[in-house]
Design a protein around this ligand. Sequence first.
Ligand code: FES
Ligand SMILES: [Fe+2]
Length: 399
Amino acid sequence: MKNNQINFFKSGDFNTVLKPLGEDLKTFREERIVKIDNYEIKETSKELEIGIYGWYAICPLKELKKNKIFYFSMYDEPLLLFKDENHTVRCVKNVCPHRGASFFGGDLKDGELTCPYHGAKFTSEGSCKNIDRLTCSHIIDSNYKSYAKKIHLYQYKTLIKDDYVFINYCEKPETNISDNEEELNPNKHELNKHGFKADEYVFEEVLVDFKCDWARIIENHLDILHIFWVHGDTIPDKDVNKNVLTSFNQKININKDFIESIYSYKNDPSKEFIRIKFIPPGRILIYKGDPSKSRYVQVLDHIPLGNNKARVIVRHYRKFMKNKIMRNLVLFEEIQRKTFYKIFNEDYMILKTQTYNLKLDLLKNDEIKLLGEDKIIKYYWNWYKNQKPKIILGNIVRN
Ligand code: FES
Ligand SMILES: [Fe+2]
């Protein structure tokens, strides 16, 4: 469904509409040429200027179908996901290590990826199975080891949690991924770790692509004030509408794993309005009250596809109406989805103008005023500024 320049994808459809990115993209990373001896070193990326490394939920596990490639990008770096023959999920840099073609239009069969350009075929662990397609056999015989090393896929670590595929977006993909569960575990993302009983919920999900800044979408989802004004007519809660001017007590909890804000009504502090929890780098939980008793929780995952391109996966968990027949009867999923689409369109109206103003430097820092209830946003931007992107190594280009 295309609407107001945002692309909405229903669960199950995600992969049919996604194309690899890489055309018309202004890069996040500056380019410069450095001369060393007879080589020019093209530093395609000095560093991610505003990018943030860490574990990101990229897609629901069920989107990875047999022999199907799921394309996406992180900060304009083209990547792909697939499930190999042992059901291990692989996240591969979508650049063939032979001469740099994309795997789009190539083939995936039983966990083996074939490049559409010269037919190099890679095992899921990343080594090339048919170097003889790329060079003469006498060269292979004498140089096998060095060729095999060069022609190897680059991968990021992946992990499955709560039926999401996570990747560890780090400074450099590796040719030698060692899977160490202990060290990899992005525990802080798990719903159970936050007090929810994940198996007591059912959920539905949507995926939305925005043409605007990733960090601004997160800011928007942390922003309590706009909910009344922007979404007042859409959210089916009588307490949420344009005419209500609600004042809140706000309690903020911060630790190394999250920033949380709990809002209760000023005139009745025992009554909680909502809790918003930011789990860096890209996840937000929205719910009410004690998590073990909360009837619903919304999980919003923000994926920085590239410059002015971001994706949000929204998963709405709820405890009631577990019964599928009941769900179908009231068309709950469809109504829920339509509400999400409407809410995102409303936000997008604002986000695109805000991104535009910021990107064009039309707003100076001292012109932005964060007031009382914006406290969580202030903490969010503090966290954001303190992230130190690491250096990405450049590519060597022959003269
Ligand atoms: S570029 Fe992929 S096989 Fe040559
Ligand atoms: Fe919103």
